[in-house]
Design a protein around this ligand. Structure first.
Ligand SMILES: [Fe+2]
Length: 284
């Protein structure tokens, strides 16, 4: 079996995979983080079954390697099937920042990490550079033996377009038992009106609700929060290193999420880094 055939993949529109020389010796020359992670997942998913599997969600490290190192160490300690990183792994989208992030990923060892593009990746750069180092912009990971589907969407420009609505709806149509959706920015909804996306958000909410997705994961706002929108659980976890700021909602702390699926039942737990590490060392 070819390494990229083990899992059904769907790339969204406008995605491509470029060939390049990887800065990390653990990576083959033709790989980006996404492809390398697929290979790792291929070696790893056999350890998990429908009775139990778990993964970690985090985002918004913004080049704060001190906090990101702790977040990765904590993630690794739970031996998850994979880590989902919901964007802003760089501060300005520069090439050296991608290389630094890839080096940091060595902390995870054999745990795959699937990236999503954030608005900071295109702040001073292009999506093409992101694709070269990280992977596709819109994609789906389906693992049949776990009845699991994860659909990742690019809303780094503050919009989910019509073609992406179609892609999302199509990907969720076949009705896997466990379905997750992830993107960088949370939708503008009630008190999430600040620092959220408001173009195409209503359509996404309706599509996600129609398919009764188990959870939607986002970053962008540097805190933790949870909200139920039209019967679906939405989580913000933007606590992997970017400057934390307090708003009138959520928990303003460095955090990651632990997602457990036990016999088809999904649970999501916020892990505050200060409960595992010396808070002073995280901040200095
Ligand atoms: Fe951010």
């Amino acid at each position: 079996m070819k390494r990229r055939d083990f899992i059904r993949l769907t790339f969204g529109l406008f995605t491509s995979v470029a060939l390049f020389e990887f800065p990390n010796k653990l990576f083959a020359q033709e790989d980006n983080l996404y492809l390398r992670s697929l290979e790792l997942l291929n070696n790893r998913d056999k350890f998990f079954g429908r009775d139990y599997f778990s993964f970690i969600v985090m985002g918004d490290s913004h080049k704060n390697d001190k906090v990101l190192k702790k977040a990765f160490e904590l993630a690794r300690s739970y031996d998850p099937m994979f880590v989902l990183f919901t964007g802003d792994m760089t501060n300005d989208g520069y090439e050296f920042e991608y290389k630094d992030f890839l080096n940091m990923c060595n902390i995870l060892k054999d745990v795959p990490i699937f990236p999503i593009i954030g608005n900071h990746e295109i702040r001073n750069s292009t999506k093409a550079l992101y694709e070269r180092y990280m992977g596709p912009l819109n994609y789906t990971i389906s693992i049949d033996k776990l009845d699991l589907k994860l659909v990742c969407i690019d809303n780094s420009e503050g919009i989910v377009r019509k073609d992406q609505h179609y892609f999302l709806d199509k990907e969720l149509t076949d009705g896997c038992k466990i379905q997750f959706v992830a993107m960088h920015e949370p939708p503008s909804y009630e008190d999430w009106w600040i620092h959220s996306y408001y173009k195409g958000n209503k359509e996404v909410i309706d599509i996600v609700s129609k398919h009764q997705v188990n959870a939607v994961f986002q970053g962008h706002i540097h805190l933790y929060d949870h909200k139920v929108i039209k019967g679906v659980n939405y989580y913000i976890s933007g606590g992997a290193g970017g400057r934390i700021y307090a708003l009138n909602f959520g928990d303003p702390s460095y955090n990651i999420l632990r997602v457990k699926v036990t016999k088809g039942v999904v649970s999501v737990e916020e892990l505050q880094l200060r409960n595992f590490f010396d808070a002073d060392k995280l901040l200095t």
